[in-house]
Design a protein around this ligand. Sequence first.
Ligand code: PLP
Length: 701
Amino acid sequence: MKRLGGLDRFRPVAVLLVIAIHTGPLLSISPWVNDLLTDSLARLAVPFFFTVSGWFLLPKVRQQGMAALTPFVKKGLLLYGLSTLIYLPVRIYSGGWEGLTAWDILRDLIFDGTFYHLWYLPASLLGGCLAALLVQALPRLAGPVCGLLYLLGLLGDSYYGLAAALPPLRACYDVLFTYCFDQTRNGLFFAPLFFLLGGRLTGWASVSPSRPVLAVLASIGLLLAEGLLVRQFQLPRQDAMYLSLPLCLWTLIRALTCVPLPPLPGLRRVCTVLYLIHPLCIIGVRGAAKLLDCTWLLVECSPVHYLAVTAAAGLTAAPFALWNPKARGSVPLRAWTELDTNALRHNLRVLSALLPHGCALMTVVKADAYGHGLAQVAKVCRQEGVSAFAVATVEEGAALRRLGIRGEILVLGYTPPQQARRLAHYRLTQAVINLSHARQLEAQGRRIKVHLKLDTGMHRLGLPWDAPQTLLQVCACRHLTVCGIFTHLADAESLTPESMARTRRQIRRFRQAADALTQAGYPLPCHTLSSYGLLNYAPAPSSAYVRIGIALYGVLSREGDHPRLSPALRPVLSLRARVAQVHRLEAGERAGYDGLFAPDHPAKVALVTIGYADGYPRSLSCGAGRVLIRGQAAPIAGLICMDQMLVDVTEIPGVRPGDMVTLIGQDGDQTITAEQVAAAADTITNELLSRLGSRLERVLR
Ligand SMILES: *Cc1c(COP(=O)(O)O)cnc(C)c1O
């Protein structure tokens, strides 16, 4: 995230520009230069904040849907509410309160802001929500609509002279200004375009611009020229925004995001506070000047006034650099899975290298990517160029789409036909499991993509392999676009002669059915192999995909499996928790439920913050499983509880609360593999990993 460093460092500059607008630092030296600064150049500041907010907000909206707006709106409302309260006394004192109707208050709250500089907060809320809504509901029209709003805003602002020249248009604006808002400088007209721009800029951040500084200087030159021009022709009613501002922001942010410096979240908070409190500081400096009888210096000498206000605001805001309301990342976690994204990338590359030309990986990410976290795994897969995914349910497929995955998403499991609408909406491909399933899906009248699932001997799901007429009946369904055919092998992990014979028979039957369809005019992309299929049987030259699940995550299903190919896969997941408490037991004392830990010697047990509700199998109780603490193995003591368990640390010196506990993964030179844990729990890694519960936190490494 080093791209944020430049943006963060420009924030104080933007706030200094805003303070300049409200104080006029060069007024007593040269009004003309001061105007150039405050009426043109400094107008960059507020759009900068809108654009940066869009940069953060819109990608989240694209990924998580409108739910991503909730924290944005909450934070905005909180800031706006607080600031309104802070400025309420000033507003009442200055008399801006008398004769206000309920409608006046409402329009202040929504459009004009409750104090002059506070217009930014409702504008940001309104503009952010509008842009998000447009991006979600009308992605193609979002740009034109925001652009149009911006132009309408300009006609009521810097270009009001043009509107005023056309009586009907002038009448419209006059009605708006009388009844709706004091000016078009608000969240309806100006903010959405900058939010949208910010969202678009994230996509450009990986492409370095050529001559960024030159582009910034040229666009700012344009801005200054435009400002001079509109004032020359006396067009402005206000001069909050200009035609060239979006271009300036585009070049400025592209230049800032090339700066390879670390982000400064503390500075972000300081700048927010600076922005909000500087008008109070203006009042404070004026008051102090009167008291000290030096108005001539502190107020009338404009550069000194500016510096005094800035210094007062800076001193008030500085402590906020240290105050961090959500330093959550650094809070020690209770129990968590750690994802080694480099291992995942490595596995993707190693597995791809095993595929023949024309065959691609279809990464199987069902069950929250085998407990690894769908979002994190899908993101890495997409970055590595994977364009086909398999899931078990419509809901999982929809989640992938909401994460922004565009390619093929095959739903492997049964989907009730009534969900055809959701299949179509999320452009998911459904496995057709038999003729009646196909007919019921067809009857929903939605055009959906399907793959034919053949039963070639596993007798789980599937159309019969030896009934080509049935397959053709599915192909003839008007609403179903058949774009693949596949089967699943029942026995691919075993290399005994009987298993291999069964597997070969399944593959033969599949080929026969696929060939029959080809001859009937339906040459369909085929796939038969999953992880063990790939490692034990080479994909047929005609395979379109290999469906890779467990191997992607760098583990085999069972300890001691020796597939024909054993590429160097790296485990992706580690499972960790913490020591919360350490107890010393006398010989003969018992610990845990049923007192099942009963050492006959003095012992020491540590309470570990993970239990079977987190997905750690209860069958590992009473020494069946072990964990690593301080790089040494500690057996599980007594029965594993729902949320915690005890481990025997008698042999490990110095164990204390807070120590990290490794349940799967490496600690020092010791490792516990998922295969070992699964074997001890009498299951396979697929089950162990996919049951790691939703209560675990996730950490990327
Ligand atoms: C789960 C699943 C896979 C992936 O299997 P792995 O053994 O984890 O690679 C492939 N195909 C189907 C039909 C599945 O259900």
